[in-house]
Design a protein around this ligand. Structure first.
Ligand SMILES: O=C(COP(=O)(O)O)[C@H](O)[C@H](O)COP(=O)(O)O
Length: 326
């Protein structure tokens, strides 16, 4: 009995379920929600000893960590909060955790605002920007350019299979930006009308590789061929410290039902018991090699992808065991 993992707060469970089901999605939003959930866990903890409090918090962090594998902003957020949990009593641990989570969330918002201003310098009045998926970091650059009085137009890829491009289109329209929505396969054709490709990132590897929504790498290759610069807007919580020591970024594979319905499946296979020779693959992300990226825009400035490792070392130092693994 005594060895059972302690129950975590229902808010942690529901946040984890929302992240897994993509009701909360996008790397920054996931990090923000995870930090908020840890703060609630701390606030409502029924632990009576410091040890029990820490164990409960670690279990909560692990529950959140296990939702989606690709956006490093999630473990970066969890690590940041857990490493700030400090004190000798439950009350001290509680308040330090809540403070740390609040600081994280404020910094996240500030970083995005700063990044937006830096990134907006790359956008000129009258520019046409092609976007892929929905990235709050990328949109922050457009918002800052609009605030500076620049006129910006957007070509927005639909982003199959989840169509996050619709979220981008809606947001841009709310800001009055003229939007042309295209299917992903039309991107190359429309690149001739674009001055920039602007995307976000779920993780940035030490070699400058950019892990973002599936289709980003193909878009970047096409953009390079067309001579359109590719700009990645990514706060430093998207930097993946594990890649400094040789780890690769796990690419999430999602359910085939996002790609085709069961009736579409049966139209293809026409077999009630399934068909071993028919598989659907649904990777959610891909890796864009650094040579296809012109700049990574962070709240610390713009970097050629190959030099991002220096920033990574500065910010994360040497990586150690994750606090929720101990
Ligand atoms: O790939 C996605 C979202 O994928 P999903 O919809 O599968 O979560 C976004 O481009 C990044 O997460 C960056 O977003 P942000 O800049 O908002 O962090």
């Amino acid at each position: 009995m005594g060895n059972e993992a302690p129950a975590v707060d229902p808010v942690v469970e529901s946040t984890a379920a929302d992240i897994a089901a993509m009701r909360i999605r996008g790397a920054a939003a996931i990090a923000d929600a995870a930090a908020a959930a840890l703060a609630i866990q701390a606030e409502r903890s029924d632990a009576v000893t410091p040890g029990a409090f820490r164990t409960q918090l670690r279990v909560a962090a692990r529950t959140l960590y296990e939702t989606r594998p690709t956006a490093v902003s999630l473990p970066n957020a969890l690590r940041y909060v857990l490493r700030g949990t400090d004190g000798d009593s439950v009350d001290e641990l509680r308040s330090s955790t809540i403070d740390r989570a609040e600081t994280f969330r404020e910094d996240l918002e500030d970083a995005q605002t700063t990044l937006g201003k830096i990134g907006s310098n790359r956008l000129r009045d009258g520019d046409v920007v092609m976007t892929h998926c929905h990235s709050t970091d990328a949109l922050a650059c457009i918002e800052a350019a609009l605030d500076d009085g620049k006129r910006i137009e957007a070509i927005v890829t639909e982003t199959r299979p989840r169509k996050q491009g619709h979220i981008t289109a809606r947001e841009l329209r709310e800001w009055g930006v003229p939007v042309t929505l295209i299917v992903d396969n039309a991107a190359r054709r429309y690149l001739d009308d674009a001055d920039h490709v602007l995307v976000g990132a779920d993780s940035i590897a030490a070699d400058g590789g950019v892990i973002n929504k599936i289709g980003t790498s193909g878009l970047a290759v096409n953009a390079r061929e067309r001579g359109v610069p590719v700009m990645v807007a990514a706060q430093t919580i998207k930097l993946h410290p594990g890649t400094m020591t040789g780890h690769t970024v796990a690419i999430e594979m999602r359910d085939e039902t996002e790609v085709l319905t069961s009736s579409e499946r049966s139209e293809i296979t026409d077999l009630e018991d399934g068909d071993d020779g028919f598989t659907v693959e649904n990777p959610a992300f891909d890796v864009t090699p650094p040579r296809h990226v012109d700049a990574i825009v962070t709240e610390h400035g713009q970097f050629p992808p190959e030099s991002v490792v220096t920033l990574m070392r500065e910010l994360f130092g040497e990586t150690t065991t994750e606090p929720w693994e101990t």
